[in-house]
Every structure is written in C-alpha cells, then in structure tokens.
Design a protein around this ligand. Structure first.
Ligand SMILES: Cc1cc2nc3c(=O)[nH]c(=O)nc-3n(C[C@H](O)[C@H](O)[C@H](O)COP(=O)(O)OP(=O)(O)OC[C@H]3O[C@@H](n4cnc5c(N)ncnc54)[C@H](O)[C@@H]3O)c2cc1C
Length: 467
C-alpha cells in the first residue's frame, strides 16, 4: 500500500480532521521537549478510542508503515518523536477516566490522561496516585507506562510498574489485549502488563490502564537542607531514609544549579549564605509533620542551614528550586540529558569527579547534577555541546558503567542511549529482548529505532560502546 492509500484508509478510520499532514501544524510534535531531537512525519494520526487505535495500527502493519506512539511528548531520550520519518500516533484524545473504584482503591484511565488530571481525579475521591513528576501536566498515563516513569515519590510508592494492575493495549497487527478487571492476584501466566511497562512503545501501544491508588497523604511538610560538604548531604539522605517511614521525597541538587534556577526563574535565594549541596525532603503524616521533620533534621550531621515549610505556597516554592532545574538548564540551549543510577557507595565519587571527566573530553561543556537522591538517581545535564557530539555522553556513561550503575534510571533508552545499552545489558539479555520484539512485532513497525543498539553492537559490547 502506498502512503496516499494508507492515509486515505486512516482518514476513513479516524476522520479527515484527525489525520494531520501539514508540517506547520505538526511542528511541535516532531521535536522533543529538550529541543535536541527533531524529526519529520508523513502524518500525525489522532484516534479517539481503542478500536480506532487498533484499526490505525493494523493498517500501518499491512502497509509496513513504521509508527511512533506519542503521549505528552515530555520524554527526554528522543523516543517519542519520529526521527526516521515514522507516522505519529497521538494518544491524547483517549482521555477518559472512569470513576474511582473506592472498594478496590483503583481507577481505569485511558492512555492520554495526563498524570496531573489523574492525580486530581484520585484526590477528589479521597485517594492519591503514587507517581508524581515535574512534567505532570503533560506526561500521560500511556507515556509513563511505556517509560516506566519514576519521579519524586519512588522512595515511597515505587515506579510506574508498581502502580499498574493491568493494561489494555494494541499489538502490532491490530489485535487488542485487555486486562482491566483489577485483580490484585492473577497468576495465570506471563505478566503482559509488566512486559509492556518500560518497553518504550516497541511492543504494543497502550490504550488504557487499571491503576492502583494509594491513601491520600495526610499533612505534608517540606524542608530544604543546606550542606557545605557533599558527603554530609549523602549521609543525610541515608539517615533520613532510615529514620522517617513517612518520607515522600528526598531530592538532591548543588550550588551551581540552585544559582542558575534563581537567576533564570527570578527566584529569591533560599539561604543568606552560599552552600555546596542541598537536600529537599518531604514527609506526609497525620500529626505534626513539621515537628517530625524538624526533629529528624536536628539529628543529622553537617546541616549548615534549614528552611521548613508546611503551607502549600511555601512548600511549592521550595519545590521550585528543585523542579526548576530542567527549565533553567534548557534556557542555556538544548542540553544532553543523561539520567543515571549509582550504587549509594559510588555516589560521592561520581559527584566529585564527573565534571572533570566531562571537561577532559569536552572543555566547553558544563555539567549540571540534580536528582532523586533516595533512589541513587542523578540527572546529568550537559550544556554547551553540539546536538550530535556524544563525546561527553560517552565519558559519563562509561564512568557510570565502571561504577556498576545504570545508564538509565527512569527516562529510558530511546534513541539517545541505544548505542550504550551493551554497557549494562549482556548479549544474552539483549537477544532475549530482541526475540520478544520479533515475536510481538514481526514486521518491526512499532518504534523500531529505539532501545536496541545495532546488531554489531550487541555482539561486541566493548567495541560498540566505544564506536
Ligand atoms: C520537566 C520534566 C520533568 C520530568 N521528570 C521526570 C521524572 O521525575 N521522572 C521520570 O521518570 N521522567 C521524568 N520526565 C520525563 C518524562 O516526563 C517521562 O518519560 C514520561 O513518562 C513521558 O510521558 P509522555 O506521555 O510525555 O510520553 P512521550 O514523551 O510522548 O513518549 C515517551 C515514550 O513512550 C512511548 N509512548 C507514549 N505513549 C505511549 C502509549 N500510549 N503506548 C505505548 N508507547 C507510548 C513513546 O513512543 C516514547 O517512546 C520529565 C520530563 C520533563 C520535561
């Protein structure tokens, strides 16, 4: 089937208004949030429901047309934009939310529902959704499942995979699989929802999910702690995890990032004096969260200064210092965004030396660090680099692998990190993942250019990672 015939079929399925081919209209959807990854597409197709998604995918499979699923387009690894001329399937019209099942503590949400809308819906019923992230008002249920998103509450509730009870999804040939009954116990073979979670749109297109909710956190308090030594900040993270079972978030950032956020977002400095490292900590508990937080912080060593907030406005401001990092860094030009996990024992060495390793290979680059400290997850942002210059990325990711960390904590592999996958996944693991991909998508139409390194790279990891 040629492209014109395929587009005619797709217009029959979703209506002509929802097959958009005008590049001036699709422009915002072919470039990623960071501005680093830009592609082109023959069309953005906007199905309204699961049968339409199934018919669209079936027609593309028949025509051997590659597709990329897109939700909020907040992914940071170039996985949700059509970098090789794929057709874009925009899931955002699938935005229905069923009433909260109060007995089960679950809700069924369609793929295009934003995390912010899901949170508000759960809250109105006296529940909460365990995932929260800076991109909440754009990132979707489908996109967060496809990337197994983490965010700021992983320390308490785990990543997206832990919230998913079941999914409905469209396979590459257009068949629909659906397990939305919400059975907490269902040992009847392979966990297909778990398989799709984190598969970055390569195995199926998620159309809906049955999601576990968590009790609405009671009163919350937030503290920003300043340290003059990074080691003291890292020790504090461990001690906070040990001593506070009501911990919701423990975030980490550094003096240069804080200064940049204050300058770019016109925020007042939170402290009178300069400090080296900052830990943002939040607890949620029924009685006296401020007292609990204050006494836990008083037991920590090396705290140079503290700001505590328990009202929404001041808590929001403390969070701006952390969540403002991506926006402030983006204003310096499209960054290379790396997102790594480190063993707790290696975090100090990494923080102390990664900047110098980058400077060795890319003297004009600047290295910015911030992240979800309780999970050992640091976002390494590099500015001052050409979009295609991966020398510094290579140095950082090799360093992470040497320290036995992960090259992707929560953003996924996408196109940005596929060549480095063999640093952290064995040939046997990659071949197993490929076999699953071949079985579910034999024609390779679903997001075929993400996740996997080239075949040569898989068989010779050392060469490939250096290539
Ligand atoms: C300011 C900011 C803060 C962020 N903070 C965090 C954070 O704390 N934690 C974190 O984990 N991430 C974070 N991210 C990254 C991003 O928000 C997540 O990766 C999110 O899960 C992407 O959701 P999305 O709907 O925007 O997906 P998209 O960007 O549209 O797509 C991402 C991937 O999922 C696939 N996909 C999308 N929808 C579907 C679907 N329905 N079915 C199958 N595949 C699909 C795409 O093909 C692509 O591979 C942040 C991003 C920004 C911009």
């Amino acid at each position: 089937m040629d492209l014109d015939r395929l587009l005619a079929t797709l217009r029959d399925v979703v209506g002509a208004a929802h097959v958009v081919t005008d590049p001036s209209v699709t422009e915002g959807q072919v470039v990623d949030w960071s501005g680093r990854f830009r592609g082109a597409t023959p069309a953005v197709v906007r199905p309204a429901d699961t049968p339409q998604v199934a018919a669209v995918v079936a027609a593309c499979n028949e025509a051997r047309q590659t597709v990329v699923a897109q939700g909020g387009n907040t992914g940071l690894v170039g996985g949700g934009v059509p970098l090789h001329g794929e057709l874009l399937v925009d899931l955002r019209r699938l935005d229905a939310l069923a009433p909260v099942d109060r007995r089960a503590g679950q809700v069924t949400a369609q793929a295009g529902v934003t995390i912010g809308a899901l949170q508000a819906h759960a809250r109105a019923a006296g529940w909460a959704y365990g995932i929260d992230l800076g991109a909440r008002d754009s990132a979707t249920v489908g996109g967060t499942i496809a990337t197994n998103a983490g965010g700021v509450h992983v320390v308490r509730y785990g990543p997206t995979r832990r919230q998913v009870v079941g999914i409905e999804a469209v396979l590459a040939d257009g068949r629909i699989i659906s397990r939305l009954e919400g059975l907490e116990k269902d040992n009847t073979g392979d966990d297909l929802a778990g398989l799709v979670c984190g598969s970055e749109g390569t195995l199926a297109i998620v159309t809906a999910a049955r999601l576990r909710l968590v009790p609405l956190p009671p009163n919350a308090a937030t503290a920003l702690l300043a340290f003059d030594a990074v080691d003291d900040a890292l020790d504090a993270v461990g001690e906070l995890r040990r001593s506070l079972d009501s911990l919701q978030a423990v975030e980490l950032f550094f003096a240069d990032g804080l200064d940049l956020v204050c300058e770019q977002l016109a925020l007042p400095s939170p402290f009178d004096a300069p400090h080296t490292a900052f830990v943002l900590v939040e607890v949620a508990v029924a009685n006296d969260p401020v007292g609990l937080l204050a006494s836990a912080c008083a037991r920590l060593g090396g705290v140079a200064d503290t700001v505590v907030a328990d009202d929404t406005r001041r808590r929001h401001l403390l969070w701006r210092y952390r969540e403002g990092h991506p926006e402030a860094i983006n204003r310096l030009g499209a960054p290379h965004k790396l997102d790594v996990t480190l063993p707790a024992s290696a975090m100090g060495e990494f923080v102390a030396t990664v900047g110098a390793r980058v400077a060795d290979v890319a003297p004009h680059a600047r290295t910015w660090l911030f992240g979800h400290a309780a999970d050992g997850n640091l976002h390494v942002n590099l500015t001052g680099l050409d979009p295609d210059d991966e020398t510094a990325d290579d140095a950082v990711l090799r360093f992470v692998a040497d320290l036995r960390g992960s090259i992707s904590a929560e953003h996924g592999i996408g196109t940005a990190k596929r060549r480095w996958l063999p640093l952290v996944r064995s040939p046997a693991e990659i071949e197993t993942m490929r076999a699953i991909k071949r079985a579910l998508d034999p024609r390779g139409i679903l997001n075929p250019h993400v996740l996997f390194p080239s075949v040569a790279a898989t068989s010779t990891p050392a060469d490939a990672a250096g290539g």
